[in-house]
Design a protein around this ligand. Structure first.
Ligand code: ADP
Length: 239
């Protein structure tokens, strides 16, 4: 069994909250309202996974499955420059996959296997956002079972990539600001037996005062619940 790797989210308190960074062999789900910072954290990780290990990266490439056209190369350039990286090289190591519908999204995840087998050093797969297409396409109660079945298939593919190739999976999930948002987790819904032995981390992002953000860890398999404050700046995620 390969050693678990950690990818820095750019902020030390945030890293500590989640046990040292985003883990390989695991699925991390970040959920929150529109504008809470889910895409920003995704962009940050697409850069930091490329850093050498001593700087909190895995010296590796990533796949960014973009379902809502939220990927912004100019944002990557800013964050890469803040780390002193060549932004063109950084962009080349981000494999963008634009998913036009849920079936395409499922296919894109399956293709990651081929990409890795052909020699790409992928250590992170981002899906931003996991649910948008599924929610738009499967409307109404009668389609819920089908939606969940398709979603399970997708998560299972991602889970297999995580454990087979020692890859971190990072999913974003938009939720309303209701207290029952807690129960809207796609990864929680499918439970332990589908996800197998890999752990699932869930992080709730909230807007704080004065442009700050709050990250709250919920339902971690072995870490205490807790929260931390971080900021989104031109340079990316900071303390
Ligand atoms: P979500 O994906 O959760 O809907 P985003 O990750 O797109 O939200 O977050 C958008 C927010 O991130 C913006 O409202 C802004 O507060 C912040 N943000 C984005 N880019 C920058 C930047 N260059 N400098 C500072 N803050 C930024």
């Amino acid at each position: 069994r390969k050693e678990v790797g950690y990818i820095t989210v750019g902020s030390e308190p945030f890293n500590e909250l989640i046990g040292g960074g985003i883990e390989t062999q695991s699925i991390t789900e970040v959920f929150g309202e529109f504008g809470s910072g889910k895409s920003q954290v995704s962009h940050e990780l697409a850069v930091t996974v490329q850093l050498p290990e001593e700087q909190g990266g895995l010296d590796a490439e990533c796949v960014f499955i973009d379902t809502e056209n939220t990927f912004r190369p100019e944002r990557i350039e800013q964050i890469a420059s803040a780390f002193g990286l060549d932004h063109q090289e950084v962009l080349q190591k981000i494999h963008i996959a634009r998913a036009f519908n849920s079936a395409h999204q499922i296919l894109m995840a399956e293709k990651v296997n081929e990409l890795i087998q052909s020699g790409s050093n992928i250590k992170l797969v981002i899906v931003d956002s996991l649910m948008a297409h599924f929610r738009a396409e499967y409307i109404g109660r009668e389609s819920l079972a089908t939606r969940q079945q398709k979603l399970n298939q997708h998560l299972h593919t991602l889970q297999n990539i995580a454990t087979t190739y020692n890859v971190a999976i990072f999913l974003t999930n938009q939720v309303q600001a209701r207290p029952d948002a807690f129960f809207g987790s796609p990864t929680k819904a499918i439970g332990g037996h589908v996800l197998g032995h890999a752990s699932t981390y869930r992080i709730w992002l909230k807007k704080g005062l004065a442009g700050k953000r709050i990250a709250r860890l919920v339902d971690s398999p072995h870490l205490p619940e807790g929260e931390c404050v971080f900021k989104i700046t031109a340079d990316g995620i900071v303390d």
